[in-house]
Design a protein around this ligand. Structure first.
Ligand SMILES: Nc1ncnc2c1ncn2[C@@H]1O[C@H](COP(=O)(O)OP(=O)(O)OP(=O)(O)O)[C@@H](O)[C@H]1O
Ligand SMILES: [Mg+2]
Length: 444
């Protein structure tokens, strides 16, 4: 972007026509422009004619493989993000793809959500590649590519700095969308020794219980029915690099003991093999839950919690970051303005105060989406609260009124709404969904 379609353009390459069509349909519904190709040669033809933002390619194809296509794209188009589709259980090919420069991989069969999540991550990365790096790495208000300069965030940076000098297990905690994965990646990519090796994220709730060992430790050919060839597990794939155990709280209880054992003994053996191998992998885990509570409830093992909680980086929610909210809003505004071919937008006073007062349940991700949407909605290069969702315009500023009783809060809310609607009682009644009598009582 920007391009003639005014959308991100994705090229899907798979020799299976039906797979291509299904992916194409899903991506088009989500607002992307999609080209498809059924062979590497066709894909190269399209790449020579069209500007492509993201390539999604199958691994196994007749004649030339997806790996060859990745090499070609990396040699010719640095900017294009790449997602590799691999058959179930072929971690070897996934690792090969990552080494050649793929950004993400998804194993077949995948859900629509998995596909869209991976696409989202890549599009984001791709935008960051194209954005002025001076903006992102400006040390005065961002570190490690993470925007923010409030005291809370300075503490996060200082912990990142310490953790990239050693191999200790790190537990990253924080609400949804606060930047847990961003911090995990920052730790990995700033580690002197490990950054050149893979960073492999594992979504813990996605590991099927019956395949836990095979997924994590791998297996040898013939170890069980269906084990038709040797296969590396995640631990081997991440050798010398980092394994990111995302949503660790969702790891089924019966698997927690197994995970603990690996982390303690730091050795694994593939299924069907007696040979025990030492592993050299950095572990970073993340969760948006309070693990101590889960331990108390008996759904998370205390011993695993202690093992993981060596260094805890707790990322503050956006509402506790003071002026960083504005900094982040401006960062995203500049980023999306460039992408949309607009000049850097100015923020109206109303927009600034709405941003500061909102509760931000979705944190940074929600803020980013809001700014992006506002820029698209507004023809002029300004950001105004008029383009914000109603919940923000009429929101009670929670963070300033945490000590109000429900009754007082409700009165204040009613007054706020009346004020926001410019004293138009009919409008206020519609929003509040109460009758006129109640309104008048509250206003008294
Ligand atoms: N401080 C920051 N500066 C710039 N971008 C940020 C910052 N924090 C988060 N983001 C962006 O916000 C989005 C959400 O971040 P990320 O995925 O790391 O959060 P998360 O905590 O892992 O979310 P979830 O709880 O959904 O797993 C990403 O696009 C990320 O790049
Ligand atoms: Mg995450």
């Amino acid at each position: 972007m920007p391009n003639q379609y005014d959308k991100e353009v994705i090229l899907v390459v798979d020799d299976n026509i039906i797979t291509c069509e299904v992916i194409q349909r899903n991506l088009e519904i989500s607002g992307f422009h999609v080209f498809t190709a059924h062979s590497v040669n066709d894909a190269i033809q399209i790449l020579s004619r069209q500007e492509i933002d993201l390539l999604i390619t199958d691994y196994k194809m007749p004649k030339h493989s997806g790996l060859e296509l990745i090499k070609y794209v990396r040699d010719h188009f640095q900017d294009i993000c790449i997602i590799m589709l691999t058959g179930y259980g072929s971690i070897n090919s996934a690792v090969a793809a990552m080494k050649e420069g793929a950004d993400e991989y998804i194993t077949k069969p995948f859900t629509d959500k998995e596909l869209l999540d991976a696409v989202g991550i890549c599009i984001q990365k791709q935008k960051e590649k194209r954005i002025d790096p001076a903006l992102i790495y400006d040390e005065t208000w961002a570190r490690f590519g993470i925007v923010g300069q409030c005291q809370n965030m300075l503490e996060v940076y200082s912990k990142i700095e310490k953790t990239c000098k050693n191999d200790a297990i790190v537990l990253i905690t924080g609400e949804n969308g606060t930047g847990k994965e961003l911090v995990a990646r920052a730790i990995h990519y700033h580690h002197k020794a490990r950054s050149i090796y893979p960073f492999i994220p594992i979504n813990c709730p996605g590991i099927p219980a019956t395949l836990f060992e095979s997924e994590l430790f791998g297996h040898v050919k013939g170890a069980f029915t269906g084990a038709v060839q040797h296969r590396k597990g995640f631990f081997q794939a991440a050798e010398k690099g980092c394994l990111f155990l995302d949503e660790i709280s969702e790891l089924p209880f019966e698997l927690q003991a197994k995970m603990l054992r690996v982390l303690q003994e730091k050795e694994i053996s593939r299924i069907g093999e007696t040979l025990v191998k030492k592993i050299d992998v950095r572990i970073i885990a993340a969760t948006n839950k309070n693990l101590e509570d889960l331990v108390e409830k008996g759904v998370f093992r205390q011993d695993l919690f202690f093992r993981l909680n060596v260094i805890n980086i707790d990322i503050p929610p956006l509402r506790d970051r003071g002026n960083d909210i504005i900094l982040l809003a401006k960062h995203f505004a500049l980023k999306y303005a460039k992408e949309l071919g607009k000049t850097e937008p100015a923020f109206t006073d109303k927009a600034i105060s709405a941003l500061k007062e909102y509760f931000w349940p979705g944190n940074v991700r929600e803020l980013e989406n809001l700014i992006h949407r506002s820029l698209i909605m507004n023809d002029e290069d300004i950001i105004d609260s008029v383009n914000f969702p109603d919940i923000m315009k009429f929101n009670v500023p929670y963070n300033q009124h945490l000590n109000l009783s429900l009754e007082d809060m409700s009165k204040k809310y009613v007054r706020d709404i009346v004020e926001q609607t410019g004293g138009n009682k009919a409008k206020a009644l519609k929003i509040l969904k109460i009758d006129r009598k109640t309104l008048l009582k509250k206003l008294k």
